[in-house]
Structure formats: structure tokens, C-alpha cells
Design a protein around this ligand. Structure first.
Ligand SMILES: NC(=O)NCCC(=O)O
Ligand SMILES: [Zn+2]
Ligand SMILES: [Zn+2]
Length: 462
């Protein structure tokens, strides 16, 4: 099957050119001057007036993730389908080690959830919640199976939390074997005290989730993680960075040349603690950790995206329904399942950054596709429109408009965190390994089309 995408503006992390893109089977065969007459073309897509960009890579999702006695509501099938609708053609999801289990059994479990069930390609990170001799050894086993990044938690004592000593040991191991430690950086011990105090004072509303997780405690944990990474000579990737204090710590480390990287998420760029404070328990829809911050943090985060102190935007997609799931925390905010849905909207939301003049078109591509591909060992198979690369391609109409809503989204969750938001730009067509999966308002993808991506070691970019 040969598909020609004609007349579009092809975007990359370095700029834009007018070019046609020839796709042969699953791969990009050629970029050519506009109008070249390629033989044996089965399907032509007219991209005149549209952008042609590499498919989005969302390096932080949680499909079917157990949390707080329930499970995130998107399956790998529904979540990857929603991702495709929004122009994301690869996800990297987190396999979650439960305490007392091995990394191998965790990996097997996540394969059994995902394999054969994804509409787009997928890979895994590993959450290490039980640091012991076996799991430290198994980090190499994970790498051998294409999983070379390991998330650890300074938050959630008693669940995922690791002590500084455990983090130090895992970082030493990662440094030895070429792994990447990803850190949820919040001071969970201090936060638990603040949570207990708030509950004791009868403060139970969702907004307390924000008040009990102050940005200083994200800044402190980020600095501590950076120090541990420095001592162990381990690269470090801070996940879901939300606070100016944390960003300052990352920027300072990077200025000294340390291999420290960070991602932020659309919710920290567009939503704020005012959403968490919505009445009638509606704030629960916005409970995630780190929490949504006062609006002032947003300008710092956009600046971090420009300076590259924030290298990646991922969603941390972790959907829990308002009815039944978020409901578990009515009367006790600490029991609200943590997470916000968003896998479908990342490309659109970041395009608003282009429209608003916060970032360039090239930067849009870089932070949503090219850098995650390079950072997580998927480049040049993914993250670029180049001959030989997988034909994961988005044709995007920058002039179209849409309104985000639970009525129209495809995520398996009963609310939209961005309800009513007006968006300029819309996905027109999506190809996943050469297959047209989205075309206008039609979905042509298939469950099981998505393949597991065994990742190469990470390529760090300062
Ligand atoms: N972020 C969040 O609130 N839920 C998902 C788990 C995590 O990433 O910490
Ligand atoms: Zn986290
Ligand atoms: Zn997460």
C-alpha cells in the first residue's frame, strides 16, 4: 500500500518545509518537492493548507492502573483509541510494581493488559516501588526487554514511596546499567502530616488536596532528587513538574551541566487551583498529584518550555470517573483517586501555545514528539518524518476550530477537565505505521494494530 500526502507543510523540530510525503507500507519512503508524480500510489491525501507532523508521543500515561482501591477507567483499547483521535500515535505507559512482587511479574502483567489491545504503538516504563536486591537485579532484565526507564516516588508513603536510601541505590544501579530514573518529586512525608492536620480540622473538600501539597514541597523534593542523582552520577527525569520552585531547581542543575530533564503536563499549563476549588465536589475532577497550582506558575512553565528546562509535555493521563470513582473521596479529599484525563487533547492544547505565541511550531513538534522519541530510545523510528521512519503521521488543520467536551471526546471517562474550551486547530488525518486510523470524523483503526516497542537506551539531550 502506497499513500501520498500531498501539498502540506511538513513540520519538524527544526522548522517547516513544503513537501509531499510518500508512505510505503508501514514506513516513510520519501519526502519530495511538492507535485512530484510518484507511481503506484494507492491513496492520496490532500494536505493543502495543513500541517504534516510526526505522530505525537505521550511518554506518560496510566491505562488500567490500580489506584486507591479502584482502577483508571481507560483500558489500553479505549485509551489508545482516544490518543489516536487526538494525534498521538505512541504512548509510554507505566507498569506498576506492587510491593512484594517482582519487576518481571509486573512486566508480564502489563503485557497481558496491553498486548493485542492497543490501537497505536506502545511501550512501558517500570514503576519500582519495592527496592531490594531482586528488583535492583531485575532492572537489567527490564532493560533487556526494552524497558529502560524506572519511575520512583518521593510521595505516597506506604504505597509507592521510596526512602532516600532506596532511591540512592536504584540510581546507582541505573547509572551502572544505562537506565533512566524518573522521579515523582513531592515530599510525601511532610505532605502526609499536612493532610492529617487538615482532616483533623474538618477540612475535607477537594481544594485541600492543593493546600496540603504546597509547591515548596515539590521544589524541595526536586532539589533532593537532583542531589541524589548528582552523587550517584545518574541521569534524572522529573515527571509531571508543576511548580516554579521545582523548575528553578531543574534549571539550576542543567546550568551546571547535570543530566537532569523534566516534563510538564497540559493541566499545569491551562488549569489551576481555582478548578480544584470548584463547589459541589466538582473540584475532585481536578485532583492529581502534584496538584494544580495558583495561576502564577503557568508563565514559569511556558518559559521553561521555551528555554528547554522543560523538554517534554506528557499528559499523565489517569482518568477516574466523577460518578463512582472520584466519589470515593467525598468527605475525605485524601481518598479521591488521583488523576486527570487528557491523552486525547495534548496535541491540541499545545497547539494553543503556538496560537498564543508561547512556543514556535517547531517547538510544538519537539516537545510533543521528537524529544520524547529521543529521550526514551524510540528515535528515529518515531518522532520524525524521515525516510525509513515509521509512518506515524498527523495531518493537522490549523484553521479548524473545535470545542472540547465530554460529549465529543473518546476517552472512557464521564467528564472533560477542559469542558467548553475553544481550540484553534484540529486533527484531520492520522496514520499509525502507515495505516490510516483517523480520517475526518471516521475512525479506521483497529484494536491490536498497536505493537509493543522495545526501546533502545535513552539518548540524553541537554
Ligand atoms: N498524577 C496522578 O495524580 N496520578 C497518576 C500517578 C502519578 O503519576 O503519580
Ligand atoms: Zn507521579
Ligand atoms: Zn503519572
Amino acid at each position: 500500500m502506497r499513500t501520498l500526502i500531498k501539498g502540506g507543510t511538513v513540520l519538524s523540530s527544526t522548522g517547516a518545509i513544503l513537501a509531499d510525503v510518500l508512505v510505503d507500507s508501514e514506513h516513510i519512503a520519501a519526502l519530495s518537492a511538492p507535485g512530484i508524480d510518484w507511481p503506484d500510489v494507492d491513496k492520496t491525501i490532500d494536505a493543502t493548507g495543513k500541517y504534516v507532523l510526526p505522530g505525537g508521543i505521550d511518554a506518560h500515561t496510566h491505562m488500567e492502573m490500580p489506584f486507591g482501591g479502584t482502577s483508571s477507567h481507560d483500558t489500553f483499547e479505549t485509551g489508545t483509541t482516544a490518543a489516536a483521535w487526538g494525534g498521538t500515535t505512541t504512548i509510554v505507559d507505566f507498569a506498576v510494581q506492587a510491593k512484594g512482587t517482582t519487576l518481571q511479574s509486573t512486566l508480564d502483567k502489563w503485557h497481558s493488559k496491553a498486548d493485542g489491545n492497543c490501537a497505536i504503538d506502545y511501550a512501558f516504563h517500570m514503576i519500582v516501588s519495592d527496592v531490594n536486591e531482586t528488583s535492583l537485579k531485575e532492572m537489567q532484565t527490564c532493560i533487556d526487554q526494552g524497558v529502560n526507564s524506572f519511575k520512583m516516588f518521593m510521595a505516597y508513603p506506604g504505597v509507592f514511596y521510596a526512602t532516600d536510601g532506596e532511591i540512592l541505590r536504584a540510581m546507582q544501579r541505573a547509572a551502572d546499567i544505562g537506565g533512566l530514573i524518573m522521579m515523582h518529586a513531592e515530599n510525601g512525608i511532610a505532605i502526609d502530616e499536612l493532610v492529617a492536620q487538615a482532616l483533623q480540622q474538618g477540612k475535607t473538600d477537594p481544594v485541600q488536596h492543593g493546600y496540603t501539597r504546597p509547591s515548596e514541597l515539590e521544589g524541595e523534593a526536586t532539589s533532593r532528587a537532583i542531589t541524589l542523582a548528582k552523587v550517584t552520577r545518574s541521569p534524572l527525569y522529573i515527571v509531571h513538574l508543576s511548580a516554579a520552585e521545582a523548575l528553578n531547581a531543574v534549571a539550576a542543575a542543567r546550568n551546571t551541566g547535570q543530566n537532569v530533564f523534566a516534563e510538564t503536563c497540559p493541566q499545569y499549563l491551562y488549569l489551576s487551583i481555582e478548578d480544584l476549588a470548584k463547589p459541589d465536589f466538582e473540584g475532585s475532577k481536578y485532583v492529581a498529584s502534584p496538584p494544580l497550582r495558583p495561576k502564577e506558575h503557568q508563565a514559569s512553565l511556558w518559559n521553561g518550555l521555551r528555554t528547554n528546562d522543560l523538554s517534554v509535555v506528557s499528559t499523565d493521563h489517569c482518568p477516574f470517573c466523577f460518578n463512582e470513582q472520584k466519589e470515593l473521596g467525598r468527605g475525605d479529599f485524601s481518598k479521591i483517586p488521583n488523576g486527570i484525563p487528557g491523552v486525547e487533547h495534548r496535541m491540541d492544547l499545545l497547539h494553543q501555545g503556538v496560537v498564543a505565541g508561547e512556543i514556535s511550531l517547531a517547538r510544538w513538534v519537539e516537545i510533543t514528539s521528537t524529544t520524547p522519541a529521543r529521550m526514551f530510545g524510540l528515535y528515529p523510528r518515531k518522532g520524525t518524518i524521515s525516510p525509513g521512519s515509521d509512518a506515524d503521521i498527523v495531518v493537522y488543520d490549523p484553521a479548524a476550530t473545535q470545542t472540547l467536551s465530554v460529549e465529543t471526546h473518546h476517552m472512557n471517562v464521564d467528564y472533560s477537565a477542559y469542558e467548553g474550551m475553544q481550540i484553534t486547530g484540529k486533527v484531520d488525518t492520522v496514520l499509525s505505521r502507515g495505516r490510516i486510523v483517523v480520517e475526518g470524523n471516521a475512525f479506521h483503526g483497529a484494536t491490536g494494530h498497536g505493537q509493543f516497542l522495545s526501546r533502545d537506551l535513552c539518548q540524553y539531550l541537554n
